[in-house]
Design a protein around this ligand. Sequence first.
Ligand SMILES: [Zn+2]
Length: 112
Amino acid sequence: MLPPSTSKAPRVPKAPKINHCERRDNILTQFSIIEVARLCNIQIKEQSRAEIRCRCPFCNNKRNKMTASLNESKGLFHCFRCGEGFNAVSLYAEIYGIDTKEAYQDLMDKLG
Ligand SMILES: [Zn+2]
């Protein structure tokens, strides 16, 4: 006997989601963390190719100390003082108080 039909829709598998890591990797390589930091008006002090120091926008930092670093090859922002860490998109999202989807779109418009 066939099972009785129910009013519920069958469980149709959704379209495969983009793997989170893959997607993040794409973002990391797509936008330069330096360019994004500039768009966020973060003060940058370029030193060497290996390390670029910048002012952390999340620290209450009256002396304008460069406590954060931008890692271009990894596409990451990291602050040694408050411990905040972001990739290009999440940094932009955090600064402008928007979600990462909007941030991504904005960055595509500006840098893409
Ligand atoms: Zn900080």
